[in-house]
Design a protein around this ligand. Structure first.
Ligand SMILES: [Ca+2]
Length: 338
C-alpha cells in the first residue's frame, strides 16, 4: 500500500501526537485504598485525623491522582494497581467489621503476585476486623501494646528508627515483627505484606511521638515501589547553607526508659549538609552514625543520622561528636536504664 503525501503528513501528525502525549517521566506507582469508614473516628487515608499521613502517602505516590479510594474491594480490579492499602474497618459490633470472602480472595491473589500490601488493624475493639485481616496472612491476635517499642528487625521499614510509639495498639502472633512488640509485622515469602495493628501512631495527634513519623515515611516509600523520594540520595545542598547559624547536632529523643539489653539507636539531627563524620561515644566506645557520602536527608530538609542498634546494661552518658571541614562539635545526652 502506498501513501499519498497528504496521508503521510496525517500519519506524521498522528505519530507526533502519540509521542507528545506519552509520559516523559518514569511510571509513577499507583495505590488502591480500601477506606474503612467506621463509627466516630477519622483514622485512615484521606480521613480527618490523618492529614499528615495522607500527605506522606500522596507524596510517595507522586500525588493524590495516583491513589484511588474505594469503600470495598467487591468490584475493584486490584491487579490494575501497583500496591494495595486496607484501612481500618469497623468496630466488632458494627457492620463492616470484616472483609468479605470475595475481598479476602482478591487480596490473597494480589499478595501472590509479590506486590506490596498494607493491612491496618487495631486493638481488641476491632477483634473481628483484626482476625479478618490476619486470616489472609495466617496470623493471630496477640496482646495489647502501648508506649515506646524499639526496633528489633533491620529492614527498609525500620531504617533510622530507634523506637515507635503505638497508642493502644495490639500485637500479632506469627510473621516477622519489626519492633519489640509485634504491632507491625511482615508476612509472606516475599515479605510483601505489612500488618499494622495500630492506626493512632499515624494520626496527626501522635505522629510526632518517638519515630512514628519516620515509620510513616518508611512505610509510604516501601509501599510505593517507584516512590519519587525513595531514591533521593540527599545530595542536593541548600543554597542558603552559608547563611545558617553554625550549630551542633541536636539529639533526637531522650531515651530515658530503656530496658537492660533493649536495642536502641542514638539519633541526632543537624541543619547543615557539610558534616564529614558523626560518631556517638558511649562508655568510651565509638558508634559510627555517619561517614562522608552516606548521609540521608529527611522530609524537612534537615539531616538525621543514627547509630546501629546499641544494647546497654546500665545508664550511661554519651557524646555525639560531629566533624565538619574545619570544626568539631560535641553534644551530650544520657541513657537511663530502668
Ligand atoms: Ca490504637
Amino acid at each position: 500500500m502506498k501513501y499519498s503525501g497528504h496521508q503521510l503528513f496525517l500519519l506524521l501528525v498522528a505519530f507526533s501526537f502519540l509521542v507528545l502525549v506519552l509520559p516523559s517521566s518514569a511510571h509513577a506507582s499507583t495505590l488502591l485504598v480500601r477506606q474503612g469508614a467506621y463509627v466516630g473516628e477519622g483514622l485512615g487515608y484521606g480521613r480527618s485525623s490523618w492529614p499528615i499521613m495522607t500527605d506522606i502517602l500522596n507524596s510517595a505516590f507522586g500525588g493524590s491522582a495516583n491513589i484511588t479510594t474505594v469503600s470495598n474491594f467487591e468490584s475493584a480490579t486490584l491487579t490494575d494497581y501497583d500496591a494495595i492499602w486496607v484501612d481500618l474497618g469497623n468496630f466488632s459490633s458494627q457492620p463492616g467489621s470484616s472483609l468479605s470472602a470475595n475481598e479476602i480472595s482478591k487480596i490473597t491473589s494480589f499478595i501472590n503476585t509479590g506486590k506490596r500490601v498494607v493491612l491496618v488493624g487495631e486493638n481488641d475493639n476491632w477483634t473481628t476486623w483484626d482476625n479478618s485481616i490476619l486470616s489472609i496472612v495466617g496470623g493471630n491476635m496477640g496482646v495489647s501494646s502501648s508506649g515506646s517499642i524499639s526496633t528489633t528487625y533491620s529492614h527498609q521499614l525500620t531504617q533510622s528508627i530507634a523506637t515507635i510509639q503505638p497508642i493502644a495498639g495490639w500485637t500479632a502472633t506469627g510473621g516477622t515483627s519489626l519492633f519489640f512488640d509485634a504491632v507491625a509485622t511482615l508476612w509472606g515469602t516475599n515479605q510483601n505484606v505489612l500488618v499494622m495493628l495500630d492506626s493512632n501512631a499515624w494520626e496527626d495527634t501522635y505522629i510526632g511521638r518517638d519515630d512514628n513519623r519516620q515509620f510513616a515515611q518508611n512505610v509510604a516509600h516501601w509501599i510505593a515501589p517507584s516512590s519519587p523520594s525513595a531514591g533521593n540520595g540527599g545530595s542536593s545542598q541548600s543554597d542558603n547553607d552559608d547563611a545558617l547559624a553554625f550549630s551542633p547536632a541536636e539529639i533526637i529523643g531522650k531515651l530515658q526508659h530503656i530496658s537492660p539489653n533493649q536495642a536502641f539507636r542514638i539519633k541526632a539531627q543537624i541543619q547543615r549538609s557539610d558534616a564529614i563524620k558523626m560518631v556517638a561515644v558511649v562508655n568510651g566506645k565509638k558508634y559510627l552514625m555517619y561517614d562522608d557520602g552516606k548521609h540521608k536527608d529527611n522530609a524537612k530538609g534537615d539531616f538525621i543520622y543514627a547509630t546501629d542498634p546499641i544494647r546497654l546494661n546500665k545508664s550511661a552518658d554519651y557524646t555525639v561528636i560531629t566533624y565538619f571541614f574545619n570544626q568539631v562539635t560535641r553534644t551530650k545526652g544520657k541513657i537511663f536504664i530502668k
